[in-house]
Design a protein around this ligand. Structure first.
Ligand SMILES: Nc1ncnc2c1ncn2[C@@H]1O[C@H](COP(=O)(O)OP(=O)(O)OP(=O)(O)O)[C@@H](O)[C@H]1O
Ligand SMILES: [Mg+2]
Length: 253
């Protein structure tokens, strides 16, 4: 039995169908919400940096610390990294989600170079699990867009594939031209996703298995970022997945 789902993005289309006044009101509320999130995230950043600075000093002097504190320091460090990750995801998301769609700054982005950097990150991330990582990259294929946004998009999909694929599983990343469209695709042989979850995956904070995602340090913002980056690059996302077999996330530019 093959369960697969394809998700296309339609928020924008729905919004366009509403009467002008209601649409403006919704957009206004969206902006207030997004500004609030951005302000809170920004304000949290400074205290967290101070906290982390002192923590690193304590770790450097841990010889003087009471016995048993090593583990406590490591946990504090781990959680502060998680908070930093969460804050930077929230800041990125609030920056890109309210700006006009199809409006990403357009510089010539050296995608093959970005992917070679991410291949290294992926190797480190998969460290203990020894996934079979394959990168098929068209080394001459560039893309007009925003480099920081594209990097976040690629890294979210690659890290997800590693996170949700058991040790030893195969992961293939492809960047190529298909029917004159640049395609970025990540295929994994991981735990898969049942069809009913697929339409909701790109919602903020949506995670399928909350306990499991918490273990892996996830917050559920990754695919929301992916969705908005794609919208801003006039690109679409297709997701195909079979539970216990694996998933394919395909971005069509
Ligand atoms: N390749 C995949 N295979 C199986 N499930 C996946 C895959 N990618 C995403 N998911 C599911 O979709 C959920 C949402 O993914 P998303 O990347 O948004 O959040 P996350 O990985 O939990 O956290 P983070 O914000 O750190 O990325 C995940 O929690 C997971 O349940
Ligand atoms: Mg993720």
């Amino acid at each position: 039995l093959v369960i697969s789902g394809v998700m296309l993005m339609s928020d924008e289309t729905i919004l366009k169908k509403l009467p002008e006044e209601i649409r403006q009101h919704i957009e206004h509320l969206e902006r207030i919400r997004s500004d609030f999130v951005a302000n809170v995230s920004h304000e949290l950043r400074t205290p967290l940096t101070v906290f982390r600075g002192y923590l690193e000093t304590l770790i450097a002097n841990k010889a003087k610390a009471p016995e048993g504190w090593d583990n406590i320091f490591q946990q504090m460090l781990q959680h502060s990294s998680r908070m930093e990750h969460l804050i930077s995801d929230l800041l990125l998301l609030s920056r890109i989600e309210v700006e006009e769609v199809h409006d990403a700054p357009s510089e010539q982005v050296d995608v093959p170079y970005l992917l070679s950097e991410l291949q290294q990150t992926a190797k480190e991330y998969s460290d203990d699990d020894q996934h079979e990582l394959t990168f098929n990259v068209d080394s001459s294929l560039m893309l007009g867009g925003a480099e920081d946004e594209l990097k976040s998009l690629f890294s979210n999909l690659i890290i997800n594939a590693i996170k949700y694929t058991p040790a030893g599983g195969a992961i293939t990343v492809t960047w190529s031209l298909v029917n004159s469209r640049p395609i970025f695709q990540v295929e994994d042989a991981g735990i898969g996703i049942s069809a009913k979850h697929i339409p909701r995956l790109t919602e903020r904070f949506y995670r399928i298995d909350k306990a499991r995602s918490r273990d892996s340090g996830g917050t559920g913002l990754g695919l929301a970022i992916v969705k908005h980056v794609l919208l801003r690059h006039s690109a679409t996302l297709e997701i195909e997945s079979v539970p216990d077999k694996g998933s394919t996330f395909r971005c069509l530019f």
